[in-house]
Design a protein around this ligand. Sequence first.
Ligand code: SF4
Length: 262
Amino acid sequence: MSIPPTKPLIRAMTREIGPAGLPPAPPLEATPEFLEELAAASQRLEAASPEEIIRFAVERYFPRLTMATAFGPEGCVILYYLAKVEPRTYVFNLDTGYQFKETLELRDQIATKYGIEVDMRQPELTVADYEALHGGPLYQTNPDQCCFDRKIKVLRESVGGMHAWMSGIRRDQSPDRAVSPIVGWDRKFSLVKISPLANWTKKDVWKLITEEDIPYNPLHDKGYPSIGCWPCTRSVMFGEDERAGRWSGTAKTECGLHTIEK
Ligand code: SF4
């Protein structure tokens, strides 16, 4: 007589499979030879188009290739290319509970237009429980901890079993991002990191969005060039840096996802 599996067993098996539906796999090892191979690929792709770089990423790493998107203009551009190259790529959003409603609505527009269902990955605690635990909103007193709990931890869980991730960072966005290779090793998450838009400018991104009618967050038309969680994002004035509205008034410039470990 067969015994039906218990609910906890089913849950444990689901966790092993991982959010992208893949069986577990050991992480890639950053041997000197492997790092050399990545540096050579990065060099080769310096003059390649974003679509060519995404094709490289898919051929080399799919299905263990992923992307985290906050639905910024660059993320929407990569989703546009992914729809052509490999729409089954696992894409997720760090759904902190503090996102603008316009951002959440964009997820549905992307799904309708490109058939890519971005997975909304949430932290363990709801906003209400998290704020109750800390006696109020932590973004006011300790934004690094808040980003860690509601973004970085969730990202680590989401990339389990993955070997590479793509990001929409551009070198001209900030001094921190100016040194980003096209293909490199992300020590923080033990993943190959591919940045297909590293060599693009803001103008290049918006040109493609306009030409190809790519959906984008309407807040960009209201003075928000860079959009994260609503408590940590403000609109910027003419002449201000495009990321000046993020964690404005504090020394914080990144949530930790794209900080390069030295
Ligand atoms: S951006 Fe602000 S609200 Fe969002 S996780 Fe970081 S500190 Fe918290």
